[in-house]
Design a protein around this ligand. Structure first.
Ligand SMILES: C[S@@+](CC[C@H](N)C(=O)[O-])C[C@H]1O[C@@H](n2cnc3c(N)ncnc32)[C@H](O)[C@@H]1O
Length: 198
């Protein structure tokens, strides 16, 4: 993906901080650190490309070290989208705040709370990566996504099984966008989540 000079500079600052903090708190697998761009940043930038929004509230659930939330906020800093990154771990939330400060991002709020404890967000966009099985994510979407909202859920190669399982309890529509960074993985664009199932 072609990104602006500003995005590149901010991603460099973010990457440096990830490298430094990762020895103290486990933000990403240390083995993937040398492949930060390919394994993590490019993976998340595809979501930005697929979503293509220009305004509204975007809630990233279980942000951890900021993937995809911070990458999305950095690459969308020229839009009117406001980001909320929800992370229950205090030390990870401190890391996220540090990156926001060091990159001078003004479109991000860090929320150090449990997803379930947060008041309903009515978000236009929701994202999650490596957080929970799809069935559990549906409950989070039911709580925090606007009726007309869209979710972008980054799923591994077993995504079809997860869809089948989630359909036992939830109705929803989805488009599976094949991942460009991991063969067989997909970004599930989910809309119209409602209780009930097959
Ligand atoms: C496996 S990590 C994934 C982090 C990041 N999304 C990524 O792809 O690298 C899951 C993160 O979600 C957070 N988390 C798990 N359950 C949560 C909950 N109920 N509310 C808020 N954060 C939660 C954990 O603290 C952890 O940082």
């Amino acid at each position: 993906m072609i990104v602006s000079r500003e995005t590149k500079d901010r991603l460099t600052i973010y990457g440096d901080l990830l490298g430094r903090w990762n020895s103290k708190i486990n933000l990403i697998s240390p083995a993937t650190l040398p492949y930060l761009q390919e394994r993590h940043f490019d993976d998340c930038l595809q979501v930005s490309e697929i979503a293509g929004g220009t305004s509204g509230l975007w809630v990233d659930l279980g942000s951890g070290g900021g993937l995809p939330g911070l990458v999305l906020a950095i690459s969308s800093s020229d839009t009117d989208i406001k980001f909320k990154l929800v992370e229950s771990d205090k030390r990870k939330a401190a890391f996220l705040r540090t990156v926001v400060r060091e990159t001078a991002l003004t479109n991000v709020t860090i929320v150090n709370e449990r997803i379930e404890a947060l008041s309903p967000q009515n978000a236009d966009y929701v994202s999650a990566r490596a957080l929970a099985p799809l069935r559990q994510l549906m409950a989070y979407l039911a709580l925090h996504m606007a009726p007309s909202g869209k979710a972008f859920l980054m799923k591994g190669v077993l995504w079809r099984q997860e869809v089948q399982d989630a359909r036992k309890t939830w109705n929803f529509d989805y488009i599976a966008h094949p991942s460009r960074t991991e063969a067989g993985a997909a970004i599930l664009e989910v809309t119209g989540v409602r209780h009930g199932g097959a």
